[in-house]
Design a binder for this molecule. Structure first.
Ligand SMILES: NC(=O)c1ccc[n+]([C@@H]2O[C@H](COP(=O)([O-])OP(=O)(O)OC[C@H]3O[C@@H](n4cnc5c(N)ncnc54)[C@H](OP(=O)(O)O)[C@@H]3O)[C@@H](O)[C@H]2O)c1
Length: 345
C-alpha cells in the first residue's frame, strides 16, 4: 500500500509541528498552503525546522489542491466554521478528506447547523470525510466519556482545563483578546455576536457521545488580568499590569435526562511556572475524578491530530465528529498501515 498523501493547509505553529510528526509517521507531504507572501516559495521542511521536503509553500490553495490530489488535508488556519467554510468546501470539492483543528468543527451541529449541513451534504456527494480534532479528542471527549461509562448514575459533570495562549500563533492570541484593556475586552464580548465558545462544542460532543439530549445552555466569560508586567513570546512584547492576557469561558449544559455539565476553560498567557491542566469530576454514584497532571497541550494537539489521520480516511463520507470515532490508538507503524484495504488505491 502507498503512503498517505497529505496537504498541510496552514503552515503556522500547529501545521509546522505536525509536519515533522507526519514525516516521522511515514506520510507523504505533497503540498503546503499559507497566507503570507513571506512564506510563499519557502520549503515546508525549512519552515518546520527539519530537512528540506521538496514541498514549496503556496498561497493559492485552489492550485495546490487541484494539482496534488491529497488523501487528507490537515487544515489549521482559523477556528470557526463561517471563516473556514470556503476553505473546507474547496478541500471537499478537490476530493480530499479534511482533518481540521478548527475548534468549532469539533461538534458544529449546535452552533452552525446550516453551514454544517451544507458541508455534510457536499462531503457525501464527493465521498469524503470532514472531522475536527486536536487536543479535545482524548482529553475532553474520550477520557471523559470513559469515566462517565464507569458511572451508575450521573448528577453532574464538571471539567476544568487551562492552556497557554502564548504557545500558539498570533491569530490565536488575537481571538483571546490578549493585550486589550478591560474596557476594550468588555466592549468586544458585549457585542452579542461573539463566536461560540470552544467549551460549548466540547459539551455538545460529550452529550452526543452519551446519547444525552441538551435542553439548555449558559455561558459566562471572565477576563484574566495580569497584575504584573508579563512578556508574551507569541506577541514579542510586554503586557503591562492591568491588561487582559486571555479569558476563561464557563459553559453549562443541561440535559433532558438529568446530568448537568459545566466546563471551565481558561486560555491566557502564562507566567513563570504555570502549566496546562485538565481535570474532570463526575458526581453521582459513585463520584469519580480524572486529572492529567501537567498536560503538554501544545504537543498533544498535534500528536492526536496526526494519529487520527487513518480514522478519517476509513470513516464514512460526511461530517463525522470525534464522538463517532473510536478512541485514539497509538500509531507505531507508518500511518498507511492503519488504513482499510482499498482506500489508498
Ligand atoms: N483543536 C485544537 O486542539 C487546537 C489547538 C491549537 C490550535 N488550534 C487552532 O488551529 C488554528 C491554527 O493555530 P496555530 O497556532 O497554528 O495558528 P498560527 O500559527 O497563526 O498559524 C495559522 C496558519 O494558517 C495560515 N492561514 C490563516 N488564514 C489563512 C487563510 N485564510 N488561507 C490560507 N492560510 C491561512 C497562516 O498563514 P501565514 O503564516 O502565512 O499567515 C498560518 O500559516 C487556530 O484556529 C487555532 O485556534 C486548535
Amino acid at each position: 500500500m502507498r503512503p498517505v498523501r497529505v496537504v498541510v493547509y496552514g503552515a503556522g505553529t500547529m501545521g509546522l509541528l505536525a509536519t515533522r510528526m507526519l514525516k516521522e509517521k511515514g506520510a507523504q507531504i505533497v503540498g503546503a498552503i499559507a497566507r503570507s507572501d513571506a512564506k510563499k516559495g519557502v520549503d515546508l521542511g525549512t519552515l518546520a525546522g527539519v530537512d528540506k521536503l521538496g514541498v514549496l509553500v503556496d498561497t493559492d490553495a485552489e492550485r495546490v489542491l487541484g494539482s496534488v490530489r491529497p488523501d487528507v488535508v490537515m487544515l489549521a488556519t482559523q477556528s470557526f466554521i463561517p471563516e473556514i467554510y470556503d476553505q473546507l468546501a474547496m478541500c471537499i470539492r478537490s476530493g480530499a478528506n479534511v482533518l481540521t483543528l478548527a475548534e468549532e468543527t469539533f461538534f458544529p451541529w449546535n452552533t452552525s447547523p446550516t453551514l454544517t449541513a451544507q458541508l455534510d451534504r457536499l462531503a457525501r456527494i464527493h465521498g469524503v470525510t470532514v472531522t475536527g480534532g486536536g487536543h479535545q479528542d482524548s482529553f475532553w471527549i474520550h477520557q471523559v466519556g470513559a469515566l462517565m461509562g464507569a458511572s451508575h448514575r450521573i448528577d453532574s459533570v464538571k471539567g476544568f482545563a487551562t492552556w497557554n495562549a502564548d504557545d500558539y500563533g498570533p491569530d490565536v492570541i488575537a481571538t483571546k483578546h490578549v493585550g486589550e484593556t478591560l474596557e476594550a475586552f468588555e466592549h468586544a464580548v458585549g457585542q452579542g455576536d461573539a463566536p461560540p465558545t470552544y467549551g460549548r462544542n466540547v459539551l455538545g460532543a460529550l452529550a452526543q457521545a452519551s446519547s444525552l439530549t441538551p435542553v439548555g445552555w449558559e455561558a459566562t466569560v471572565r477576563p484574566v488580568i495580569v497584575d504584573q508586567d508579563r512578556t508574551s513570546r507569541s506577541l514579542g512584547r510586554t503586557l503591562s499590569a492591568g491588561t487582559v492576557i486571555g479569558y476563561s469561558d464557563v459553559d453549562t449544559m443541561r440535559t433532558a435526562e438529568g446530568p448537568v455539565f459545566t466546563f471551565e476553560m481558561a486560555g491566557y498567557v502564562y507566567g513563570a511556572g504555570e502549566s496546562d491542566t485538565n481535570e474532570w469530576n463526575v458526581y453521582g454514584e459513585p463520584d469519580l475524578y480524572l486529572g492529567n497532571g501537567v498536560v503538554p497541550s501544545y504537543t498533544t494537539t498535534c500528536t492526536q491530530w496526526v494519529n487520527r489521520v487513518p480514522d478519517v480516511i476509513n470513516a464514512r463520507p460526511g461530517v463525522v465528529t470525534i464522538d463517532e470515532m473510536p478512541p485514539l490508538s497509538y500509531r507505531a507503524l507508518p500511518l498507511h498501515r492503519y488504513v482499510d484495504g482499498g482506500k489508498l488505491s
